[in-house]
Ligand binder design. Structure first.
Ligand SMILES: Cc1ncc(COP(=O)(O)O)c(C=O)c1O
Length: 345
């Protein structure tokens, strides 16, 4: 069986990581003259932040029920996606597997790292086609498979039997991106890390927690995988302001839970109303905070809404007629509905 170590790029395995001043000394310092910082206090911001975010990880551990030592934090999950490809994919040789249409950054990060992307189309009901992926799963140069659940832009959860199929038969790293998991009625795969040593689960504070601006992504994985990510990350990849704000916001999850409830209710309302409008042929069921609507007039709808300053995402380049509509506040959704009602069939 492949281990994380055996899948790692040779240069990463041989890497001597940067050792920061904060790595060299742990304990209570009286006088800090080791990091070329400015000694004059600016509410602590004159100091470099904790490179391993230990206080924040403890809080996240309590919220997510994953041990802190199985947690890595990044400058958004986008940073983690890039770090994973860099750690495992030799430029020009190794490949990543995606199930399309899906979140665009897997492909972009792969291209930046010169890793070929194998795109296996999702089935008609937007599930990973593990039969079609089978021959790629056995290619030893396919190092990472990205699964997004709930998937962006289709909005649906991935069927757990198919996810299991991939986890059990793919010899590389399986990444399950759960950016939208808080809107879904499903347990996170982060609760099953012990069964799957090559599994990485991504989550983020950008969606349900409403903190896209602070850039905090989470990866949950085996300790060995966390050690790899810690070795290659920029030393202070999560800044002090982000660590403090995330900690404050995670103290009380009450408003997050309430907002998610509202958004799920609005998702249902929006979905039912849009399904009655003749300009749409399909409104796909969603486990996320957005809807995938299909219309033969997608481009026209997108243009006319944009002209009025109302932005939705035109995904017709990746899926014919597809518009991705984020669920907004009740007032925003009502305004959108009123505008869409004006489209005559
Ligand atoms: C599936 C998915 N993963 C990750 C991200 C990015 O998350 P972050 O803001 O943590 O970088 C997004 C953002 O749209 C997303 O849709």
């Amino acid at each position: 069986m492949n281990t994380i170590d055996s899948l790692l790029r040779h240069n990463i395995r041989a890497l001597t990581p940067y050792s920061s001043a904060r790595d060299d000394f742990k304990g209570a310092a009286r006088i800090r003259l080791d990091a070329n910082e400015n000694p004059y206090d600016r509410e602590g911001l004159n100091r470099y932040p904790d490179p391993y975010q230990s206080v924040l990880k403890k809080r996240i551990s309590a919220v997510k029920s994953v041990p802190a030592e199985n947690t890595f934090l990044g400058n958004g999950s986008d940073e983690v996606i890039d770090l994973l490809i860099r750690a495992f994919c030799r430029p020009g040789i190794d490949k990543v597997l995606t199930f399309t249409p899906t979140y665009g950054m897997y492909k972009v990060s792969a291209a930046i790292n010169d890793a070929e992307v194998i795109e296996v189309p999702l089935t008609a009901d937007f599930q990973p086609d593990t039969d079609a992926a089978w021959k790629h799963m056995r290619d030893k140069n396919v190092k990472i498979a990205f699964l997004c659940s709930p998937n962006n832009p289709t909005g649906n959860l991935m069927d757990s039997a198919r996810v299991m199929d991939l986890l059990q038969h793919f010899g590389g790293i399986t990444v399950i991106d759960e950016a939208y998991i808080d809107f879904a009625d499903a347990e996170s795969w982060s609760q099953r890390l012990e069964e799957f040593p090559r599994l990485v689960v991504l989550q983020t504070l950008s969606k349900a927690y409403g903190l896209a601006g602070i850039r905090l992504g989470m990866a949950f994985a085996s300790k060995e995988m966390i050690a790899v990510l810690n070795r290659i990350k920029p030393p202070y990849n999560v800044n002090a302001l982000t660590q403090t704000e995330a900690l404050n916001q995670l103290k009380d999850r009450g408003s997050m839970v309430k907002e998610v409830k509202n958004l799920v209710r609005e998702r249902q309302k929006l979905s039912e109303i849009l399904a009655c409008l003749p300009i749409f042929t399909t409104i796909h069921p969603s486990d996320a905070n957005f809807l995938l609507a299909i219309s033969p007039r997608a481009d026209e709808i997108y243009e006319r809404l944009s002209a009025k300053g109302v932005l939705i995402r035109n995904r017709s380049s990746v899926l014919p007629g597809a518009l991705r509509i984020t669920v907004g506040t009740p007032e925003e959704n009502d305004q959108l509905i009123a505008m869409l009602r004006n489209f005559k069939s």
